[in-house]
Design a protein around this ligand. Sequence first.
Ligand SMILES: Cc1cc2nc3c(=O)[nH]c(=O)nc-3n(C[C@H](O)[C@H](O)[C@H](O)COP(=O)(O)OP(=O)(O)OC[C@H]3O[C@@H](n4cnc5c(N)ncnc54)[C@H](O)[C@@H]3O)c2cc1C
Length: 342
Amino acid sequence: MPEYIIVGDGYAALFFAHQLIKNNRTFLLFSEGKKSASQVSAGIINPVVLKKFTTFWKAQEQIDGLKKTLAEIEQYTGKNYWIEANIHRIFHDEKERELWLKKSQTEELNPFLAQRFETLSGVENPHQTGSVMQSARLNVADFFSDMMRYLEQKGHLVLEKFDYALLNPSEQKYGDIRYKHIVFAEGMGVKANPFFSEIPVNPNKGHHLKVKLSSPIDHSFTVKKKHFLFPMDADTYYYGGTYDREQYHNEVDESAKAQLIGGLSEIYKAGYEVEAVHFGFRPTVKDRRPLMGAHPEFDSLYVFNGLGARGVLNGSYFSEVLYQHISQGIALPNEVRWNRFS
Ligand SMILES: Cc1cc2nc3c(=O)[nH]c(=O)nc-3n(C[C@H](O)[C@H](O)[C@H](O)COP(=O)(O)OP(=O)(O)OC[C@H]3O[C@@H](n4cnc5c(N)ncnc54)[C@H](O)[C@@H]3O)c2cc1C
């Protein structure tokens, strides 16, 4: 009998699985084998809101926590997925550069906004760039392939869609499987979950381009003006992602693609080929904080959702908070309870 069942295979599910691995718990993880929003993500680890030059709740704690978590994961996968590659924010104009400088002198932003500006080669940056200290990237492709392989090797992985009709929460049974706790981490798939379909999560569709630059940029860090640009491998670059709250259909939006092409052409003049366009749905919440906690009637059922645009940091940090809540009864902070709006 597994103590835990996890439903999903994105950041929420895999970081929660890590908590179980670390604490020697028995569990099964259900993956329906679709490409999650997490796998489409850029994997940017960023303590700063780059539109307004502000930071967010627990940013420093989340960065420190992620480093610790990735070091723990390295012990069993053999790899650290943290890529040391700062974000270089291209300034739109002088006014923005001055605002950055002012903010960099505040106690809140001082640990994150570099006070020295740089001119980059290969991209348009007439007003220079500012570097976000402590920002980095996750090696998304390797993180997912290694974690899924590990889960399979250890017998945790069930490559099946979790069928809600087989769940009997009164008897704590899924088909013939007895469990103690279920953690639902389905991203926007939660809308099909009869126990948590009403949680206040909304899709925000994001697209990115995979491009081949005609003359590769000679640096490995992340460039950001409208969107993020960084190398995926020797040949190809990631450019994205867009934000759209209106489009829910499961196809590429030409308008999003055009927006990305426009944004990239503004900073990169040497010509490029679009090799692919990918999209996913971010599970977002109006106050930009996760949604967590137990079902009001069946207290063995939990939800872990609402990671929004910060799946890596939120997923890593709050999976530990949720694990401690379930295993030790430590109360969840009000800020992340799924029913905080009612
Ligand atoms: C273009 C784009 C770029 C992004 N860039 C970044 C970034 O740079 N940094 C960052 O931190 N975040 C980024 N994000 C946000 C991040 O991707 C999300 O926060 C994250 O994916 C949410 O993770 P999740 O695990 O909650 O959901 P998901 O990643 O959607 O995973 C849920 C999984 O559960 C599975 N599932 C659902 N129902 C069932 C079922 N019944 N049975 C079995 N499996 C089921 C689904 O198939 C899915 O694979 C980006 C998002 C997009 C779209």
